[in-house]
Design a protein. Structure first.
Length: 76
């Protein structure tokens, strides 16, 4: 099921353009979902207790993002 969802998200991300794509929360292997994005940069914000490597660690209810600083957010 996760592989099917990853394919569907990858297809949907082909229509997302811009500079920054952010995934909020871990879902499967690192960058499995946002790696297919067409934005110039992408990163994942994960909770402090997330296992494995992360791009940014933060409390998900208080995201460390400035207003108008990202073009798309993926909430798995």
């Amino acid at each position: 099921m996760r592989a099917t969802e990853a394919l569907l998200v990858a297809e949907a991300l082909q229509d997302v353009f811009g500079w920054e794509l952010v995934q909020v929360g871990r879902w499967g292997p690192r960058h499995e979902l946002i790696g297919a994005g067409r934005t110039r940069r992408h990163f994942e914000i994960s909770a402090p207790n997330t296992q494995g490597p992360v791009d940014v660690t933060a409390r998900l209810e208080q995201l460390p993002l400035a207003s108008d600083s990202v073009d798309a957010v993926l909430l798995p």
